[in-house]
Design a binder for this molecule. Structure first.
Ligand SMILES: [Zn+2]
Ligand SMILES: [Zn+2]
Length: 182
């Protein structure tokens, strides 16, 4: 792992300075930044491994109510196929869009806020975007054939694998000795 941690708390890198926007509607800044993934970004079966790079490509626009953040986060997902249990690793992009309200603006309880020090904290937004777009049942490929329900052989590697109609288990044992490579 060659990510350099300048801070022990990786989430600090997800704080974005918005001072340059000076609260003038119509102002815009671009932020491109690579940072290590914070811990536990994902769900049990698939997620972004802690410390693996996330590339942020964002636009911060000053609007009347606050700061509108739009853009993408590109990163690598790692996990396990829900059918065949093979490891999955794929590069993917998440769309981010969130309005951060200025502290003195009225907004709902769970609205995101620009902090007093003129920063926006991207971590909760990134978390939400990642978790919402993760596949509920991750697959190594769209038509993964899974495992044989009878013997557990990976059907992707053995497309012709078949159990003929139930044969006497003693015969099956003999046959397996001859054909099964483990
Ligand atoms: Zn699979
Ligand atoms: Zn089988």
């Amino acid at each position: 792992m060659n990510t350099h941690h300048r801070r022990s708390d990786a989430s600090g890198d997800l704080l974005i300075e918005t001072h340059d926007l000076k609260r003038r509607a119509g102002q815009m800044i671009q932020v491109a930044r690579d940072l290590p993934a914070p811990e536990k970004l994902g769900v049990d079966m698939i997620g972004v491994p802690e410390g693996s790079p996330i590339g942020l490509d964002l636009r911060l626009e000053s609007v009347i109510e606050g700061i509108l953040v739009t853009g993408t986060a590109t990163t690598t997902l790692a996990g396990e196929c829900s059918r065949c249990l093979n490891p999955i690793e794929e590069t993917t992009s998440f769309d981010l869009q969130e309005l951060y309200f200025y502290p003195d603006r009225e907004a709902g309880e769970d609205a995101y806020r620009v902090s007093g020090e003129e920063t926006v904290d991207l971590e909760p937004v990134l978390r939400e975007a990642v978790v919402l777009s993760l596949p509920f049942r991750p697959l190594c490929m769209p038509d993964c054939a899974g495992l044989c329900p009878e013997c557990g052989v990976n059907l992707n590697d053995h497309p012709d694998h078949d159990h003929e109609e139930r044969i006497d288990p003693r015969w099956a044992a003999l046959r397996d000795l001859g054909t099964e490579e483990s």
